[in-house]
Design a protein around this ligand. Structure first.
Ligand SMILES: CC(C)(COP(=O)(O)OP(=O)(O)OC[C@H]1O[C@@H](n2cnc3c(N)ncnc32)[C@H](O)[C@@H]1OP(=O)(O)O)[C@@H](O)C(=O)NCCC(=O)NCCS
Length: 398
């Protein structure tokens, strides 16, 4: 039987929902609303074995911050193959179609949360970050030093833009976070406030919102009660202190707090004890979709170099070959350079380039792991300076 790949439409809803239900166990309850695949910024694709839907995948339009700019990102989700069609390689045609479409639309990278990394490594994805849940005794947060001047109050709809601005200011300085802007983030202020029990903002003496915590109180009180922090970000030390102490003020009734976090969270620098236990980790993978597009981005000013390199083994065959990376005036620009000799130049595997791009691994580590070879090792420090220097974070799951 011939396999065909195509975008899914209204007629495919039932078969798609059935595959998701079988794979992921959701929706857990029949919904009163008719099922639909319509969602802004989402594109669904399927592989058909004759008339039978055999595999599905969703692609979402995001931007994520790398190197200080928002990078068009193809977010992959809802990947599943029907039980009877597994181990027949159906993901390959699906990824070919989806990534080609994403590249056409302008995405330069693709990211996903894997159920197993191996599934996606042959497509050029590798691990760059973890979306974490950590547990902290609430009493520890009560011991955070008092802030000077910053007050807290309950957020209102009118604060949402200021809250977004705090997120933007933080996200822009990291590698990895989604922008939370654009077609896939269309929630209204009311929906954002209603998604949690409460949003508390930290406010500077001049009235500027300098931090926020979105939290869910949870059930009951005492030993077993857990307060959940869904988001806690600030742009000043005192705002962090004010927000952490506000959560800590629940110590008598919710003995534990969980915090959604990633990477080296700045919040941790205000917590006086060692308590910060990871209770859940969702690994996050990245792939370069468009080499020249992705490598056109800001870098540290003062660096200047002509760096040739090659990419081998990418699933997207057009990405394999030689390139020249020009580093000048606080920017990298990349062009294909067929004259680059792959026998002597710096050669990245597709996963190695993804890890270098994200600043997730140094050149030395990539060499040890077999994802970088050749070239002049004396230039490794320059490559690391071009792509390193930012912390890896992800604060949205999809
Ligand atoms: C994961 C899933 C999509 C793979 O489907 P499949 O038909 O086996 O995919 P393919 O035949 O195209 O590729 C399978 C490859 O992934 C690997 N793989 C599949 N499941 C794996 C797992 N759980 N752990 C590690 N590797 C796995 C296979 O070993 C194979 O790699 P190989 O060719 O190097 O041996 C399918 O098993 C599934 O739908 N599982 C349930 C839902 C799920 O986990 N989805 C992924 C969400 S991120």
């Amino acid at each position: 039987m011939t396999m065909t790949v195509r975008a899914l439409g209204a007629d495919d809803v039932d078969a798609t929902v059935r595959l998701w239900q079988e794979a992921f166990g959701f929706p857990t309850m029949p919904s009163a609303e008719p099922a639909s695949l319509e969602s802004p910024g989402s594109h669904h694709y399927g592989v058909f074995d004759g008339p039978v839907l055999a595999a599905v995948m969703t692609e979402r339009e995001f931007d994520s911050y790398y190197g200080g700019v928002a990078v068009p990102t193809s977010g992959i989700a809802g990947v599943t193959v029907s039980a009877e069609h597994r181990s027949r390689g159906l993901l390959s045609p699906l990824f070919h179609a989806v990534l080609a479409g994403a590249k056409e639309r302008g995405a330069t990278i693709s990211t996903l949360f894997p159920s197993a990394p191996r599934i996606y490594r042959r497509f050029g994805y590798d691990l760059v970050a973890d979306f974490l849940t950590v547990r902290v005794p609430t009493q520890v947060l009560a011991q955070v030093a008092a802030p000077a001047g910053v007050l807290v109050r309950r957020a209102e709809s009118a604060d949402i833009e200021a809250i977004r601005a705090v997120y933007d200011a933080w996200a822009r300085e990291q590698n990895g976070p989604l922008s939370r802007r654009g077609v896939s983030f269309d929630s209204t202020a009311t929906q954002l406030l209603d998604a949690v029990d409460a949003v508390t903002v930290a406010v500077d003496p001049d009235g500027t919102v300098s931090g926020f915590v979105r939290w869910k109180r949870g059930q009951g009180f005492g030993e077993e009660a857990v307060l959940q922090v869904i988001d806690l970000l600030a742009t000043s030390a005192d705002a962090y202190r004010a927000l952490l102490r506000t959560v800590g003020s629940f110590a008598t009734v919710t003995h534990l707090t969980t915090i959604k976090t990633s990477g080296p969270d700045l919040a941790r620098f205000f917590i006086p004890s060692i308590h910060w236990s990871v209770v859940d980790a969702l690994p996050y993978m990245l792939k370069i979709v468009d080499v020249c597009g992705a490598l056109d981005r800001p870098c540290a000013p003062g660096l200047s170099a002509h760096l040739d390199f090659a990419v081998v083994d990418d699933f997207m065959a057009e990405n394999n070959g030689g390139y020249l990376l020009e580093v000048a005036d606080g920017r990298t620009q990349c062009r294909a350079e067929p004259a680059v000799d792959t026998a002597t130049s710096r050669v990245f595997t597709s996963r190695g380039l993804a890890l270098m791009y994200a600043g997730a691994q140094s050149s030395a580590n990539l060499r040890m792991a077999g994802h970088l070879c050749g070239g002049d090792p004396a230039q490794d420090a320059l490559w690391d300076a071009v792509f390193g220097g930012r912390q890896l974070h992800i604060r949205n799951h999809f």
